[in-house]
Design a protein around this ligand. Structure first.
Ligand SMILES: [Zn+2]
Length: 759
């Protein structure tokens, strides 16, 4: 057994497939061998030409000036860039679909090394994660972009300040640059798969298990075990759906635990597991990623104790905001996001308590790290340090030039309601720590009371900071949150006050549910408020699961309440809604974004709370994007992906929140068809998507390099999610890995854990 090092003594982690037998040290070493990039290096090249010249880029890491950002976000800044470019005007790039090169970084003491690569026709920079002091072989597909005329290749590095081990200088050498022509570059757009796509991270034994193949595939398919023995045979079925024609291989009837490949004609899939024990592997990777995002902590091979000199001030007090987890690819931090993730870790810990006690204990340990942050950034009077946007490492010393004092501080009723719910849940499950349980009970009561007082005084919060992921909170989501949090306190204390609050808040939520069918028989969805002009949607962060959390908790905790039948009826309606939606993404299992009303842009308060920094033509683009979905009646459309306008796109948090909703409905209603929908969200994440790529680094196969520019390549890292091509409703997943669709995000890891915890 290997003990986990550092501040997490006594915790052991099992190796894959050996629950409870062997330890693992976090963060887990990234396995690049099954990545998309590794597969790309193996892809045959039909023809290549060398590009004349080599590039070198050298600079000092010294940054003795203050990083300066925009006026409304003054510390969201870097120390600038250093770049180098190579002229490609003598080459006709139209004749080639890929560019290859190798990079040797020699960066003194740098644990995380990367370079941005760019050509003028690419939609954005592509971040290449590099291993220091060795040659890195790299390729980038360019064949999907018009690339006529003179071009150049640019590499740039961003100065982000020094971490503990960073030395004085950085040098990059780039050579062996080739333009290549390959047989067929992997698909980046649309619904049609180019090979067999399935969940390479595995399938549960229960429920439907399907793989999707190109429409032209016919005949038989087989499953083979790793010794090549055929264990199951079936016929490939042609399916015509709203997305076009597909071929589907259904092996639902086969549920023997093991690792298999699917064979159809001359195509063979990646190996994939079937079995209910697979999920501690995905959970461990999610945990490793979250651990790798720790702030204020020395993460091995990543960074030293960071951001101690990131400071929040209120009422004459100062607290360090270094703690919890870095939110994403950048070093930003939001207390509510840390609260969400801590709660998800606790849910997962409860799930694994008997299945895998060592993993459960390590999940609780990580949750406590997050809770420590959300508890100590309370000021004790309703105010909390809530967020900061951040891109740089700081020197860790107080009263030096790079101290940051702009951490946002506010008294938000919404934040206190939600955190009170998380604190109450934690107080119930952290049974090994009675003093902490008692403290959590006190803070949960206090935070709920702060929220009540603020709401009674000022009504709904006016969310002030667009970058905070609660800015989009609707009144119905607000009331569902109040209800859920009150139910958590009721479970903990048994006091009628909280039971009554939970039931009262739910009355508003029920008034926001559509009970009459719109086109396509769709009903059961929620409006943002009782005006019922805007339907609940999300752009990238989503807390949509809270509706089902609130309603199922009410049914379970107050079974004899007079409203009980209405709560259950609302859960049933939402379950029916989810079932009806699935026709629009079949044969995939991704839950669509939902039903949209044509005039939502006229409901401006709601529209602009949801769509951050919308363009001037947002109304036209809203209408255009709806027209690319499926019109179900004169004023309603189903959209598979959200309407979105700018860099805030990618739908993993959205589909996982809806997946959580499905899991809650399915379990409560004992309706396996709804639980099956929940499982499909895990399968989408792990490769059963049009690109056949796992979106969990190190789990399954063909997981791509992501935009993790601060903390580097981390096992279990997950991106914001698949985006859409222009104003269409078609998935687009470019290799170019910019923000925010391919930026890594702890929110997604938390939501995946929260979903896995349901099965
Ligand atoms: Zn940090």
């Amino acid at each position: 057994m290997v003990m986990v090092s550092g501040a997490i003594p006594g915790c052991v982690l099992p190796a894959p497939g050996q629950a409870g037998q062997a330890g693992l040290e976090l963060p887990l070493e990234p396995d690049r061998s099954r990545s998309f990039e590794a597969a790309e290096r193996e892809r045959p090249v039909l023809e290549e030409v060398p590009v004349e010249g080599t590039l070198s880029l050298a600079f000092s890491t010294d940054t003795p000036w203050r990083a300066k950002g925009p006026a409304d976000d003054p510390d969201y800044a870097t120390y600038g860039n250093r770049s180098v470019r190579l002229d490609l005007s003598g080459y006709d790039l139209e004749g080639y679909d890929r560019i290859a090169f190798r990079i040797l970084p020699s960066c003194d003491g740098a644990q995380v090394v990367n370079l941005d690569c760019w050509l003028p026709f690419l939609p954005a920079n592509h971040l290449i994660s590099l291993e220091n002091n060795r040659w890195n072989e790299c390729t980038l597909n360019i064949g999907n972009y018009p690339r006529k005329g003179p071009q150049h290749l640019r590499f740039s590095a961003t100065l982000r300040g020094r971490d503990l081990t960073t030395g004085d200088s950085c040098r990059f050498r780039i050579d062996s640059i080739f333009l290549q022509r390959t047989a067929e570059i992997p698909s980046e757009r649309g619904w049609q798969p180019t090979g067999i796509v399935l969940s390479t991270g595995g399938y549960y034994s229960a429920g439907p298990k399907t793989a999707i193949l190109p429409a032209a595939c016919t005949g038989r398919f087989s499953l083979e075990d790793l010794r090549g023995k055929t264990v199951f045979r079936g016929s490939i079925q042609a399916e015509e759906t709203t997305l076009g024609r597909f071929a589907v291989a259904d092996f639902s009837r086969f549920s023997r635990e093991g690792i298999y490949v699917l064979r159809a004609g001359d195509q063979v899939s990646r190996p994939f597991p079937i079995g209910d024990g697979n999920w501690d592997s995905a959970a461990r990777k999610a945990l490793s990623f979250i651990f790798g995002q720790r702030c204020g902590y020395p993460v091995p091979r990543t960074h030293g104790t960071c951001h101690l000199d990131l400071l929040a001030h209120h009422g004459g007090e100062t607290v360090s905001f270094g703690g919890g987890w870095h939110d994403a690819g950048d070093l930003s931090q939001q207390s509510l996001q840390t609260g969400d993730v801590a709660y998800a870790l606790l849910e997962a810990s409860e799930h694994f308590r008997d299945i895998d006690p060592a993993l459960a204990e390590r999940l609780r340990e990580e949750a406590r790290w997050g809770l420590d942050f959300t508890l100590r950034t309370r000021f004790g009077d309703g105010y909390r340090a809530s967020s900061v946007g951040l891109l740089i490492w700081q020197d860790g010393k107080l009263d030096t030039f790079d101290d940051i004092h702009t951490v946002r501080v506010q008294d938000n009723a919404f934040d206190n309601y939600l955190q009170a719910g998380y604190e109450a849940y934690a107080a119930r499950v952290l049974t090994e720590d009675p003093m902490m349980q008692d403290y959590l009970l006190r803070t949960a009561r206090a935070d709920f009371a702060f929220a009540e007082e603020k709401f009674a005084r000022d009504g709904y919060d006016r969310f002030r900071f667009p970058y905070e992921h609660c800015y989009n909170t609707s009144h119905s989501q607000w009331m569902a949150t109040v209800s859920w949090a009150a139910s958590q306190l009721y479970r903990l204390t048994g006091e009628d006050f909280y039971a009554d609050k939970a039931a009262e808040a739910a009355r508003y939520v029920l008034e926001c549910q559509e009970t009459e069918a719109v086109g396509g028989g769709l009903r059961g969805f929620f409006y943002r408020d009782t005006d019922r002009r805007s339907i609940v949607h999300y752009i990238h962060q989503s807390r949509e699961q809270v509706y089902m959390q609130a309603l199922t908790e009410l049914c379970l905790t107050q079974p004899s309440h007079p409203d009980r039948a209405r709560w259950e009826g609302a859960v049933r309606l939402f379950g029916d809604y989810l079932k009806a939606l699935m026709a629009y993404t079949a044969p995939y299992g991704m839950i669509p974004s939902g039903v949209y009303a044509a005039g939502e842009y006229l409901d401006t308060d709601n529209f602009y709370a949801l769509h951050l920094f919308p363009p001037a033509d947002a109304a036209e683009r809203y209408t255009r994007q709806l027209s690319q979905g499926v019109q179900v009646d004169p004023t309603h459309y189903v959209k598979r992906f959200p309407v979105w306008f700018n860099i805030f796109n990618g739908n993993n948090a959205i589909l996982l929140s809806l997946g959580k909703s499905a899991a809650l409905c399915g379990r409560f209603l004992e309706d396996p068809a709804i639980t099956d929908i929940a499982r499909e969200q895990v399968y989408w994440m792990l490769g059963k998507n049009p690109f056949g790529q796992s979106m969990v680094y190190g789990e399954g196969w063909d997981y791509p390099d992501m935009d993790s520019f601060s903390s580097g390549l981390l096992t279990g890292m997950m991106p914001v999610g698949i985006r859409t091509w222009e104003d269409t409703d078609e998935p687009w997943w470019p290799q170019v890995n910019n923000a925010c669709y391919k930026e890594v995000w702890v929110t997604v890891a938390g939501k995946l854990l929260s979903l896995i915890a349901e099965f």
